[in-house]
Design a protein around this ligand. Structure first.
Ligand code: NAD
Ligand code: 6OD
Length: 486
């Protein structure tokens, strides 16, 4: 594979960094990119370019025209669909079919969906009755936050980036984005698409680099940044909150999860096993919504363990373009070391490995990749660290329960609160249990089924705020309320 050189993008122009860092393929360790790391000068220039763009035509573009621009971005993403697929596959090693169906398709949809949302936005207005019989008219004028810093992780790079860029632009902001150091490509390519779609220079800027002492921290501590929206680890969210605190800027955080599935004996077993397999192993378990704890009613526990083990064994690890590949590598050797430490810890904590548990033998050409076996454990309970801490890999612990109350208690026994899935054919129970989950998103008989207008986010360690549809507009715009006495 030939290696590419990726630069920062400031005011529509490629800009060299203070140094370059290498990006390696998680498939086989090959060098795939040299990336220009943004230092203070580049971050300053990116923030200044965004500020300048706000003062230009972008700042006064009518809402309807902004929606048209967003739709053009969606069209240009679709026109360059295969370029985005190639870039995302190069960085992540995901199966190509997954990148096509999920990552790139959603990127276009994100822009279309927020074009619709902003075009349909009404005015928040009230006629207020006063004590003397007269009235006042209150109406709230939405205004952009200003310069928004968007910091995103590596697991769904383009999907998660555009999930924030689209509403930010819909509300009239200018953005400086920092993709993960592991996945710099699609954010850079998106800059080309922005230009093709007629987004003015400076509205979308890209700075590359790491978190601490690098582009991430330079952005979150920058005087010229008016708001920070972040997706990533809870610990990083906490560090960003501290960095932003002195200047009291708004934050929106989509953070980690330790998501539970609750499986009742009355579930449709085949459907549930297929759903669980997807929710545990999709994207090699590297989706914040992935199930890592499976609570199963005792009477069907063994059947669920056997059925899941059979499906886990059927997963095919392999190159992104190989026929039949279902599962790619982890994102990096560094992340694999973290996942492996949990595989070791599980054994120390008394787990019985049902399937997986180590590094697979995949042949000489993949030896330097970040491969790991899909893994299932039994014999653990909620006191164990592997059941309490987010692993972010293709792993799950299966734990039996006896009553509905116990299942709810076990599922809610976590500091996280992102997502849950309930599997049952008793729909009353489905509603009842789902509503009692202490999470931002609870699914019944499905998982990761999205309506982009719905609120998305977490409670506890899993985040602050909600994005999606009008919920995003509440973060990316700040209203000025005007009150007129009539
Ligand atoms: P991470 O927190 O390590 O990094 C995310 C981004 O933050 C990267 O761009 C990174 O360079 C940057 N960063 C790191 N430290 C920083 C700092 N001090 N200041 C500013 N920026 C900093 O997360 P990751 O390992 O890339 O992603 C995996 C994590 O993301 C998992 O915990 C997963 O659950 C979470 N995640 C959550 C959601 C959600 O919607 N809730 C979605 C995807 C991923
Ligand atoms: O689908 C989405 O909109 C979304 N924010 C998904 C997050 C997945 C976490 O990895």
């Amino acid at each position: 594979m030939t290696s590419v050189e990726l630069r920062n993008v400031v005011a529509g122009r490629p800009v060299d960094g203070r140094r370059t860092f290498p990006k390696h393929s998680p498939v086989d360790g090959a060098l795939v990119a040299q990336v220009h790391e943004a230092g203070p000068e580049v971050v300053d220039a990116a923030v200044a370019a965004a500020r300048e763009a706000l003062a230009g035509p972008w700042g006064s573009l009518p809402v309807g025209e902004r929606a048209t621009v967003l739709r053009r971005v969606a069209e240009r993403i679709e026109a360059r669909f295969e370029d985005f697929v190639a870039a995302e596959v190069r960085d992540t090693g995901k199966p190509e079919h997954l990148v096509r169906q999920l990552d790139v398709a959603r990127a276009a949809l994100n822009f279309r969906s927020f074009a619709d949302t902003i075009a349909a936005q009404g005015l928040d207005a009230y006629l207020t009755d006063l004590a003397d019989g007269r009235q006042a008219l209150n109406y709230a004028v939405p205004k952009p936050l200003g310069v928004v810093a968007i910091i995103v992780p590596w697991n769904l790079p383009l999907l998660l980036l555009t999930w924030k860029v689209a509403p930010a632009l819909a509300c009239g902001n200018a953005v400086v984005v920092k993709p993960s150091e592991e996945t710099p490509s699609t954010a850079t390519l998106l800059a080309e698409v922005m230009a093709e779609a007629g987004v003015p220079d400076g509205v979308y800027n890209v700075v590359h680099g790491f978190g601490p002492d690098s582009a991430g921290e330079l952005l979150t501590t920058h005087e010229g940044v008016d708001g920070v929206t972040f997706t990533g680890e809870s610990r990083t969210g906490s560090a960003i909150m501290r960095a932003v605190a002195p200047r009291v800027r708004p934050v929106s955080f989509e953070l980690g999860g330790k998501n539970a599935a609750v499986v009742f004996a009355d579930c449709d077993l085949e459907r549930t096993l297929d759903g669980l397999t997807r929710s545990i192993f999709l994207n090699t378990g590297q989706v914040c919504l992935c199930t890592e704890r499976v609570y199963v009613e005792r009477s069907i526990f063994d059947r669920v363990v056997d059925g899941l083990a059979e499906r886990a064994r059927a997963l095919r690890l392999g190159r992104p373009d190989a026929e039949g590949t279902t599962t790619g590598p982890l994102i990096s050797r560094q992340h694999r070391a973290k996942v492996q430490s949990y595989l070791d810890l599980a054994i120390e904590e008394g787990a019985k490995v049902v399937v997986g548990g180590g590094v697979p033998e995949l042949g000489e050409d993949l030896r330097d990749g970040a491969w790991i076996e899909p893994t299932l454990w039994v014999g653990l309970d909620n006191s164990s660290r592997v059941v309490r801490e987010e692993v972010f890999g293709p792993v799950a612990a299966l734990i039996p329960f006896d009553t509905e109350e116990e299942a709810i208690r076990l599922a809610n026994d976590t500091d996280y609160g992102l997502a849950a899935a309930v599997w049952t054919t008793d729909l009353e129970r489905g509603h009842r249990v789902a509503q009692q989950m202490r999470v931002g998103m609870a699914w019944v008989n499905t998982w990761y089924l999205r309506d982009l207008r719905s609120p998305f986010g977490g409670v506890g360690l899993s985040g602050i705020g909600r994005e999606g549809g009008t919920h995003s507009l509440h973060f990316y715009a700040e209203p000025t309320n005007v009150c007129v006495q009539l």
